[in-house]
Design a protein around this ligand. Structure first.
Ligand code: MG
Length: 254
């Protein structure tokens, strides 16, 4: 495992990129409404990133082992889709849906990663609670990510907070980010306190809990990209890129 401690110069650039990414994703989230296609959201995200002088990090990204490159800038995962949903002109959002918007940015040669899940029009109380809980799980994870703590502390904090009231996706996790879009360490949303990689000031990681109304289990759709809940229940996903410091982590994507 190779953990990259970022230099002051890298941190400054990633901070700039993170701010841009947060602005862009916030604008895209505000566009979400019944009747819009996921393609339109992707195009909007792509255009905004270009306007800011950035590069969409997920477009044509091909992780190790993948059979194809991701064909869009934005991941749009609706309802029972957890992550990596492919935008499409035929996927029209409707009242009561929830959608995870996951966006990666390359700016001045460095990467940031950010995701939110938002309501499409009016949603059920149960779905709103899922969104609130997942957002809070991310906050709890960030709170645990203090200098000198470990990756296990983050996962343990999230898992304890969720307390089996929701499924936690286990096959996917947060990750180091910055020089590449996915770096070491691997940051699971469950774990044992005090275990795993130590968090060193200057590390930059993305924390990204994915919670399901049903069970933990996942399945991959026929497009070989979209990850869905195995039981068809709804799922939410929130993610921030953060800088590890001596004390509380600094959120870079806000
Ligand atoms: Mg990520």
């Amino acid at each position: 495992m190779t953990v990259i401690i970022k230099t002051k110069e890298q941190i400054e650039k990633i901070r700039e990129g993170g701010k841009i990414l947060a602005e862009v994703l916030n604008k895209v989230a505000k566009k979400v409404a019944p009747g819009i296609s996921t393609y339109e959201l992707d195009k909007y995200a792509h255009d905004l990133i270009k306007e800011k002088g950035g590069i969409p990090a997920f477009l044509n990204y091909r992780p190790e082992g993948a059979t194809s490159a991701f064909p869009a800038s934005l991941c749009t995962s609706v309802n029972n889709e957890i992550v990596h949903g492919i935008p499409s002109k035929s996927r029209i959002l409707k009242e009561g849906d929830i959608i995870s918007l996951d966006l990666g940015l390359k700016y001045k040669g460095l990467f940031t990663d950010h995701a939110v899940t938002v309501a499409v029009g009016k949603i059920s109380k149960k779905d709103q609670e899922l969104l609130d809980k997942t957002k809070k799980a991310l906050e709890i994870g960030i709170w645990a990510a203090k200098g000198g703590a470990t990756v296990g502390d983050i996962g343990h904090a999230i898992e304890s907070f969720v307390n089996r009231k929701y499924g936690i996706v286990r096959e996917l996790a947060g990750h180091g980010v910055g020089v590449k879009i996915h770096e070491d360490p691997y940051v699971p949303n469950y774990g044992k306190a005090g275990k795993g990689q130590k968090l060193i000031p200057g590390m930059i990681i993305a924390i990204e809990p994915m919670l399901n109304i049903g069970k933990d289990n996942i399945t991959v759709a026929n497009d070989n990209w979209t990850i869905k809940t195995a039981d068809g229940a709804k799922s939410a996903h929130f993610e921030h890129t953060i800088l590890i410091t001596e004390g509380d982590a600094e959120i870079l994507t806000k």
